[in-house]
Design a protein around this ligand. Structure first.
Ligand code: KG4
Ligand code: ZN
Length: 374
C-alpha cells in the first residue's frame, strides 16, 4: 500500500509518500508487523519567518502553508514516479502510468486551524479528483507512530507491542497515554498549563535564544552543572498530570534576582548560562522520567514510546532509556529526523486506519483544532 501523508498543523508544511509491505522492499517484512519505507518526503519549515515574532503567528502560518502545499505535493509525487522505474532485461522501463497513491492520510487536528484547513482542503481535493480514499489522522497519533518509520542507516525497525505507554512531548503537547491498540488510547495525564516544548522555548527567549530555543538550551546545557540551580520539579509526587508554568516562572525569578537585564533579554556569563541551561533541563527531565517510570510500574506496558519535538533531546532519551532498563523495560524513540513534525508519521498512523478501512468521505472530513485522542 502506498500512502500520501500531509501535515500542516503548526509551522511545518510536510508531505510524504510511504510504502508498506510491497515487492519493492529490499528486505523481508518481519512476521508480525509492518515495514514502512519512505519513498519521498519534503518539508517546508516556516521557522525563519516566525522567529522574527518569537513564536508561530497563525495568520502567517496559514498563508505559508497555502503557498507551499501544492508545490510540495507535486515534488513528492514526481520523486515517487522516479522510484517506480523498474529494471527489465532490455534496460530500465519507466512506469508512465499516472501515479496515484492508494490512500491519502491528512492531519485534521489538533493544531492551528489556519494550518489544518490548508492540509485538509488539499487532501479533500485530491481525494475527489483521484477517487482515492481519505483517512483523517490525529497529530498525536502521528507522533506515536513516528517510532515505526524505518531507520535506513541502522536497518532496524521498532515494533509496537501492546499495551504501549506513550510519552508525547512537543511544543503544543505534554501527555502520557496508554495505547491498547492502534486506535485505542487512554489518557493517563497531560499538562495543566504549558507544554514542555513551550516551556523550553519561553525560557530560551528570556536568555536571548531565537525561537524555538529548546534545542539551543540542550546544546548549551552540555557539560553544565545540573545542580547549580535548584529549580522546582512541579507535581513530581502526584500521579500523571504535569504543570510547567511554575518552573518557567521560577526560571524568570532566578534571572531577575541574579542577572542583569539587557533591553529585552537576560545577559548571562558563559559558565552561568551553561549551568542555568543544565539545571533547567534537568528539572524537566526529572519530571518526565519520574512520571513515565511510575506509569510503567503501574500499567506494565510491553513497549514505552517517546514522540514529539522534545523527544529530539538526547539527554532526555538517554536518561529515560537508562532508567527504564533498570526496571526491565526500554525506550522506543523515533529516528531524530522524525521527532519533529513530519508527514511520514502521519502516513504511518493513517496506514493502520486504512487497513481497517476507517476512511472519512471527503465531503465529511473537517479540521478540528481541539481533536482529543483520548
Ligand atoms: O513536535 P514539534 O515539531 O511541534 C509541535 O507539535 O509542537 O515540536 C517542537 C518543539 C519546540 O518547542 C522545540 O523547542 C522542541 O520541540 N525541541 C526541543 C529539542 N528539539 C526540539 N526541546 C528540547 N530539546 C531539544 N533538543
Ligand atoms: Zn508535533
Amino acid at each position: 500500500m502506498i500512502i500520501l501523508g500531509i501535515e500542516s498543523s503548526c509551522d511545518d508544511t510536510s508531505v510524504a509518500l510511504i510504502e508498506t509491505n510491497s515487492s519493492t522492499l529490499s528486505y523481508s517484512p518481519s512476521d508480525n508487523g509492518e515495514n514502512f519505507v519512505v519513498l519521498a518526503e519534503k518539508t517546508a519549515s516556516q521557522i525563519e519567518v516566525h522567529k522574527k515574532y518569537g513564536g508561530v503567528v497563525p495568520e502567517i502560518a496559514g498563508r505559508m502553508h497555502a503557498e507551499n502545499i501544492m508545490p510540495l505535493i507535486e515534488c513528492v509525487l514526481e520523486e515517487a514516479e522516479i522510484a517506480t522505474v523498474v529494471p527489465t532485461k532490455s534496460g530500465l522501463l519507466r512506469n508512465d502510468s499516472h501515479f496515484k497513491p492508494d490512500v491519502i492520510a491528512v492531519t485534521s487536528g489538533p493544531g492551528l486551524i489556519t494550518g489544518l484547513l490548508v492540509g485538509v482542503e488539499a487532501a479533500k481535493t485530491l481525494s475527489y479528483l483521484w477517487d482515492v480514499p481519505l483517512v483523517s489522522v490525529n497529530h498525536i497519533d502521528g507522533h506515536v507512530h513516528s517510532v515505526e518509520i524505518r531507520n535506513p542507516k541502522l536497518e532496524t525497525r521498532n515494533q509496537l507491542v501492546f499495551p504501549a505507554l506513550c510519552l508525547i512531548v512537543s511544543g503544543g503537547h505534554t501527555e502520557l497515554l496508554l495505547m491498547e491498540n492502534h486506535d485505542k488510547y487512554k489518557l493517563l495525564g497531560k499538562t495543566r498549563d504549558d507544554a514542555v516544548g513551550e516551556t523550553f522555548d519561553k525560557v530560551a527567549k528570556l536568555i536571548g535564544f531565537d525561537y524555538p530555543g529548546g534545542a539551543k538550551i540542550s546544546q548549551t546545557a552540555e557539560g553544565g552543572n545540573t545542580k547549580a540551580i535548584n529549580f522546582p520539579r512541579p507535581m513530581l509526587d502526584k500521579g500523571y498530570e504535569f504543570s510547567f508554568a511554575g518552573l518557567k516562572t521560577s526560571a524568570l525569578y532566578w534571572l531577575r534576582d541574579n542577572v542583569n537585564k539587557q533591553p529585552t533579554t537576560y545577559n548571562l556569563q558563559p559558565t552561568t548560562l551553561k549551568n542555568f541551561c543544565a539545571s533547567f533541563e534537568q528539572a524537566i527531565i526529572d519530571v518526565l522520567t519520574t512520571k513515565t517510570l511510575r506509569a510503567v510500574k503501574e500499567f506494565k506496558p510491553k513497549t514505552v514510546i517517546i514522540g514529539g519535538g522534545v523527544s529530539a533531546n538526547k539527554k532526555l532519551r538517554n536518561e529515560l532509556d537508562r532508567q527504564l532498563k533498570t526496571i526491565g523495560s526500554e525506550l522506543l524513540a523515533p529516528n531524530l529526523r522524525y521527532s519533529m513534525d513530519n508527514a511520514a508519521m502521519i502516513a504511518v498512523a493513517g496506514y493502520y486506519k486504512a487497513k481497517k478501512k476507517n476512511y472519512t468521505n471527503w465531503k465529511k472530513i473537517e479540521a478540528n483544532p481541539n481533536w482529543r485522542l483520548a
